[in-house]
Design a protein around this ligand. Sequence first.
Ligand SMILES: Nc1ncnc2c1ncn2[C@@H]1O[C@H](COP(=O)(O)OP(=O)(O)O)[C@@H](O)[C@H]1O
Ligand SMILES: [Mg+2]
Length: 252
Amino acid sequence: MNALISLNDVCKSFGGIVVADHISIDIHRGEILGLIGPNGAGKTSLFNLISGVYPVDAGTISVAGQSLDGLALHRRARLGVARTWQNMRLFATMSVLENMLVAPRDYPGEKISHIIFRPKQVAAASQLLRERAMVILGRMKLEAIAHANVNDITFGQQKLVGLARALMNDGDCLLLDEPMAGVEGVAYDTMKTIVREEAAAGRAVCVVEHNVSFIKDLCNSAVFMASGKILERGSVDTLLSSKTLADLYFGA
Ligand SMILES: Nc1ncnc2c1ncn2[C@@H]1O[C@H](COP(=O)(O)OP(=O)(O)O)[C@@H](O)[C@H]1O
Ligand SMILES: [Mg+2]
């Protein structure tokens, strides 16, 4: 079966810093791939390259066989690349629901001409989006805080809202950048459940995470990166028992 997300020999440098050094990764539907490595390894940069924050220097990235080369962030989002951000990027003055309604893909209200000439269609689409947002919040047991300001909810809830917003995209590729960092208690379990459900629904999921038990519980396989290079890949157990990883990651 062909991979849904395919990175082929991807390279990227910023000045002298190599963040991606001939990276090739395939992620299939239903797979949860763990991406681990020390800070500065290039994990977030890889997500930035896939989602189109900046272009690759060399190599190709494709989704469902279509090359993403030259496509801007929003075009890639339309092709189903959904992601969360390590630092969440929620809009502080907005409610949970409003944060989820910011720029989901294919919303006709994006075009001013549609708002003027097709107001009914825009209103209906807007209603559907709200309903979809509430369903996602329901899965996270967060309906009760839909109208709360994002500043007034817990950190764990904010991280869930970051995921909820990514799910509004309804894309088949889900890139999660440290979803568990700082998350504990109920939010932790919810995060795990939702990520599992998304993979089971046929999405290709890639998770950057330092939380080893999360990776162990959820990932089929993992990739270990340092200094822009893939040093090891394979089953999570194999990876976690690797000496290279222990030396570089845990400083053992
Ligand atoms: N836009 C950028 N310009 C210059 N350097 C960057 C940029 N983005 C990331 N870097 C550098 O690339 C390296 C990898 O960063 P990053 O991908 O954020 O690592 P990780 O997510 O694995 O901690 C770091 O040294 C970082 O400072
Ligand atoms: Mg990072």
